[in-house]
Design a binder for this molecule. Sequence first.
Ligand code: SME
Length: 165
Amino acid sequence: MAEVLSSLPDDRAERYAMLAEQVAAVVAGEPSRTARYATAACLLSQAFRPRFFWTGFYVVDPHRPNELVVGPYQGSLGCLRIPFGRGVCGAAAERRQTVLVPDVDAFDGHIACDAASRSEVVVPVFDRQGALAAVLDVDSTELEAFDAIDVAGLERVCAVVLTTP
Ligand code: SME
């Protein structure tokens, strides 16, 4: 699997495009959502280290549909549960839209799982029926670490995580 990561392009947009292809190739035929999320979290984290300080999924709890519960991630200890509407993850889940936060201290209600996090981007993940299944949370220790290239790239990766047959 190491060779999967060795040939990533320097250009970020191209890198995301290749990652989306790699995630799709690895998860193809895999019925476990956990395995799919773990694959995406690993490949993204490895491809963008050390810029990605925390990379992982908060999954919609099937028993509590208005609550996210932590799923596969790479990074320091994450909070276990986030209600819809709370924090950046909860906002993205409630709006069903990507939320880009250049400065977490300026985001009302930001949940500081790790005080080292300074900026973050959260992208919704939809299943093949279009239902919200999870959100992908990527954090950085740098302010303003993420831009439109990251948003488009992460959305591209999230679009294949559950929809690849
Ligand atoms: N900061 C997030 C919580 C998740 S952790 O950063 C891993 C938020 O405000 O939703």
